[in-house]
Write a protein that binds this ligand. Structure first.
Ligand SMILES: O=P(O)(O)OC[C@H]1O[C@H](OP(=O)(O)OP(=O)(O)O)[C@H](O)[C@@H]1O
Ligand code: HPA
Ligand SMILES: [Mg+2]
Length: 183
């Protein structure tokens, strides 16, 4: 069955937020080198656009975390399928996420990196969805706030589909989140 997608943010609206986030990071890290961490797969387009707005020296690295599989609800188990290549110790590190939803993914990564003693550790997310937040974690740089709904496009997937779409959409026929279901 074909999924029904409704436009949420256009590529121009996304680009405007990416520029704003880039200028906030440039302001805060002027002249300092940052280690920019891309959380694969969802962040790959956001990361590629964000990095090109930065004027401070940047080293890029990649982690692969997964917890959704083919569902629209977090399994609650965050699997690290690929770790960073570089050490974060004594470096200024910025994690780049596509979306913070329950917060499980970011909480897992944040604490793993904090254990490695970075000089500083901040979080930048394109989308911040608070309604289903299960843990107390906040991004330092936030692009767009989201109400309810499962979002696809611009790197974000449903069952590995739609990552290639240049705009962001809400999946209209996503199964509702069951309040009774433990996640
Ligand atoms: O705040 P949370 O509820 O943890 O959700 C956010 C995470 O979930 C998605 O990743 P997913 O597990 O789908 O892997 P993917 O990036 O490969 O799509 C998304 O890309 C974020 O990394
Ligand atoms: O709304 C979403 N869309 C895609 N992936 C996600 N991972 C958590 N929330 C979402
Ligand atoms: Mg996914």
């Amino acid at each position: 069955m074909l999924d029904s997608l409704k436009i949420l943010y256009t590529r121009d609206q996304i680009a405007e937020q990416v520029r704003r986030l880039g200028s906030e990071i440039n302001r805060d890290y002027a002249g300092r080198e940052i280690l920019l961490v891309c959380v694969l797969k969802g962040s790959f387009l956001f990361f590629a656009d964000l990095v090109r707005t930065l004027t401070c020296p940047v080293v890029v690295d990649f982690v692969r975390l997964a917890s959704y599989g083919c569902e629209t609800i977090s399994s609650g188990v965050v699997e690290m399928r690929k770790d960073l290549e570089f050490s974060v110790t004594d470096r200024d590190v910025v994690i780049v996420e596509d979306i913070v939803d329950t917060g499980y993914t970011l909480q897992t990564l944040y604490h793993r990196l904090l254990d490695r003693k970075p000089r500083s550790l901040k979080i930048c997310t394109l989308l911040d969805k608070r309604v289903d937040r299960r843990v107390d974690i906040e991004a330092d740089y936030i692009g767009l706030a989201l109400d309810d709904g499962f979002v696809v496009g611009y790197g974000l997937d449903y069952q590995e589909k739609y990552r290639e779409l240049p705009d962001l959409y809400v999946l209209e026929d996503a199964p509702p989140v069951d309040e009774e279901r433990p996640i």
